[in-house]
Design a protein around this ligand. Structure first.
Ligand SMILES: CC(C)(COP(=O)(O)OP(=O)(O)OC[C@H]1O[C@@H](n2cnc3c(N)ncnc32)[C@H](O)[C@@H]1OP(=O)(O)O)[C@@H](O)C(=O)NCCC(=O)NCCS
Length: 200
């Protein structure tokens, strides 16, 4: 497992300037929240990024990650009109409001926020990774943190509405598609998959 992660990290070349720094241990999970702590992850010391709970100081960077992920990473699956409508669907305020319930985790790389994920009960509501940090396993670790905490809470099934861009990622995480459907944002059609994963 560790070998796989190291292979994935070191075969990436699009962030060559980032040193394999030792990670500052993540702060403990807030009292009352049983989420698995990134510090407990034996891989954490090998990774150049840190996965930790969302803090209020992160909120200013979230919208940029959200919009860049849509505009760049989703460009092969959605046209400009679709990406603009999707991107406009969240404002700074609506993101803060959405993330105020449930559990949110972020990925930090060299003091920059490069990804975040959000779960409300059995629903994976958001997974967004900045395109400069894609395909090094950040979404995997963000998601894994949320799945672990869902298991601790006794949740037996996870659902998600996966963008066409994220379908293969969710499939990689063990989800299966229950079918494609259309979401609508600002009058624009956005195809997506309803995906489900049993935790039992
Ligand atoms: C989908 C997204 C979250 C993936 O983030 P990521 O950090 O690059 O994903 P990971 O590196 O953890 O990928 C893990 C595995 O998922 C699969 N995967 C991830 N992105 C993929 C893609 N674009 N195409 C095909 N497979 C993909 C691969 O199997 C990958 O393993 P590999 O890199 O060894 O092949 C990111 O591309 C993103 O933010 N996309 C735009 C926004 C979006 O659609 N968010 C989801 C909303 S529902």
């Amino acid at each position: 497992m560790i070998g796989q992660w190291l292979q994935r990290l070191f075969r990436r070349t699009h962030r060559p300037a980032k040193p394999a720094i030792v990670i500052t241990p993540a702060p403990p999970t807030p009292a009352g929240n049983d989420a698995t702590d990134a510090v407990d992850d034996p891989l954490a010391l090998f990774l150049p990024f840190q996965i930790r709970p969302l803090e209020s100081a992160d909120l200013g960077e979230l919208l940029g990650v959200f919009r860049e992920a849509i505009q760049i990473s989703a460009a092969d699956q959605y046209d400009q009109q679709q990406r603009d409508a999707w991107s406009r669907a969240q404002s700074h305020e609506s993101l803060i409001s959405a993330l105020s319930e449930g559990e949110a985790v972020v990925a930090e790389w060299d003091d920059a926020l490069v990804g975040f994920a959000h779960r409300v009960n059995g629903y994976i509501n958001m997974v967004f990774v900045h395109p400069d940090a894609s395909r090094v396993g950040i979404a995997t670790l963000l998601y894994q943190h949320l799945e672990d905490s869902a298991r601790v809470e006794g949740i037996t099934e996870l659902n998600a509405h996966a963008s066409l861009t994220a379908h293969d990622f969710f499939h990689f995480m063990g989800f299966t598609s229950e079918g494609q459907e259309d979401a609508e944002r600002d009058g624009v059609r956005l195809p997506r998959h309803h995906m489900r994963k049993s935790l039992v």
